[in-house]
Design a protein around this ligand. Structure first.
Ligand code: ADP
Length: 441
């Protein structure tokens, strides 16, 4: 037991107390030293963290021991703590100890942090689940900007697939499936587009399906996290999905991200560079996916960051394959425009000289006006939009994800961020774009 009993009852000399405060963080209120006490709850504990915190504080108050880094035994007669707490640990006193001081209980104000170890279900954190339509995906579809037609094409494909199913079209006569593959470079919005598509469809088919769910599985994390237990967990996950699809008024979307890691893991297992466990997991997953396909109320959405052929059986059979590339000039302009509008909306950007909020022209209007010189009055919306256009031109090759960060980076580099006029900001945005582009090469 690292904590030794102390019988001292005399208060410390003032000088020693002050030294103590200098070594470990002092508590301004009463000159005591703040010491962190970490309390780990059992995975099964349902106790409120505030109750545990209070109980630990009482327990610590009742003991007259010195404080040294290490575990604190839980008193055997404290059934509440015994039941709920796995470990109590004193932390961060080492600085004090290095200075050859003993930290006595009356010098200390313990700061108790309660946390819980993950339960079995939390180890399934390689997947997420949403009931659709979900509030957090509201507006996502509209925020994704691509060349004209891509989103509509996806929506029509998926809607036709669901309609064929609903009308009971015989798959021996007309074949179709409900597998979507979006592939392209990272950060081009593939995952977001899958989620937005599921959200749109859940709204469109509300009258046919009373419940819609989206399950997101990250194929990559499947391998990094699930190794020892992976087979069992894949089975458990799919059993859950199976239960959902058996209810025919449910529409279930299964999103598998970074699907190429399945093929990579299989390849690595064949060449012997990864344990053969992984091949079992991949195969289990593919078998389960294959089984799932036969259910009419499932749509499987997959994404891949590689653009070459992916050697995975079910992806081969994807009907809907779409390449999602880096944003075009128009998409880049519109992405940046939506960012600037948002910053104006919340007042982070202001119009020059306190004027009214400038209307930033949309791409096609700007294009039309580029041919009529009278549009170019200073500080008008054309001037403003042209600066934005310049930034969008510079950003060729940046992903949508990088573009959405650009205004943030630009803001972080303006000299006076609390009063940021939109015109000056545009110039900073252009500089930031130049920097980002040169760093990304
Ligand atoms: P991926 O799955 O392709 O790596 P994500 O879906 O994770 O990409 O995209 C990350 C974020 O980048 C999106 O949530 C979105 O904010 C932004 N983004 C990417 N591409 C676009 C785009 N074409 N239009 C608008 N925003 C985009």
């Amino acid at each position: 037991v690292p904590a030794a009993a102390v019988s001292s009852s005399s208060p410390p000399p003032r000088q020693q107390q002050q030294q103590a405060a200098a070594v470990v963080a002092p508590s301004p209120a009463d000159d005591k030293v703040l010491v962190s006490v970490e309390v780990l709850l059992h995975a099964t504990s349902a106790a409120r963290h505030s109750d545990v915190q209070a109980a630990v504080e009482r327990m610590l108050e009742a003991r007259s021991l010195s404080y040294v880094d290490g575990p604190v035994p839980i008193p055997a007669d404290n059934s509440f703590l015994i039941e709920n707490v796995k470990r109590i640990q004193i932390c961060d006193t080492d600085e004090w100890v290095e200075n050859h001081k003993v930290l006595l209980f009356w010098q200390v104000k313990p700061v108790v942090h309660v946390f819980q170890e993950p339960g079995e279900d939390d180890t399934l954190s390689s997947f997420n689940e949403w009931a659709l339509p979900a509030k957090e995906f509201d507006g996502l579809w509209e925020s994704l900007l691509y060349e004209v037609g891509l989103k509509q094409r996806l929506l029509r494909y998926a809607a036709s697939a669901l309609l064929f199913t609903e009308r009971g079209v015989d798959p021996c006569l007309v074949s179709w499936n409900r597998i979507v593959l979006l592939h392209g470079p990272p950060g081009t919005g593939k995952t977001s587009l899958c989620k937005a598509l599921a959200q749109k469809l859940s709204i469109r088919f509300k009258s046919r399906y009373s419940m819609c769910q989206l399950i997101e599985v990250n194929a990559h994390s499947l391998f990094s996290k699930w190794f020892s237990e992976s087979g069992k967990l894949v089975a458990k996950l799919f059993q859950k999905i199976q239960e959902m699809v058996e209810e025919e008024s449910n529409l279930v979307f299964v999103l598998i991200d970074e699907v190429e890691s399945l093929a990579a893991a299989r390849q690595a297992a064949i060449s012997g560079s990864e344990p053969s466990d992984s091949i079992r997991v991949v195969n289990a997953l593919l078998t389960q996916m294959d089984k799932l396909k036969s259910w009419p109320n499932v749509i499987i959405l997959t994404t891949s960051n590689i653009t070459t052929a992916i050697d995975i059986a079910f992806v081969d059979r994807a009907d809907i394959k779409a390449y999602v590339g880096p944003p075009t000039l128009q998409a880049r302009y519109e992405i940046l425009r939506s960012c600037i509008q948002e910053l104006l909306r919340v007042g982070i950007l202001t119009y020059p000289q306190g004027g009214s909020v400038p209307c930033i022209l949309n791409y096609s209007t700007l294009k039309e006006k580029q041919h009529c010189p009278e549009a170019a009055e200073p500080n008008g919306s054309f001037h403003f939009s042209s600066l934005l256009y310049e930034a969008a031109e510079l950003c060729e090759g940046l992903s949508g994800r990088s573009l959405r960060k650009l205004p943030f980076l630009a803001h972080a580099s303006v000299a006076n961020p609390s009063c940021c006029d939109a015109s000056t900001f545009m110039h900073t945005l252009i500089q930031t774009a130049k920097r980002e582009i040169s760093e990304s090469r």
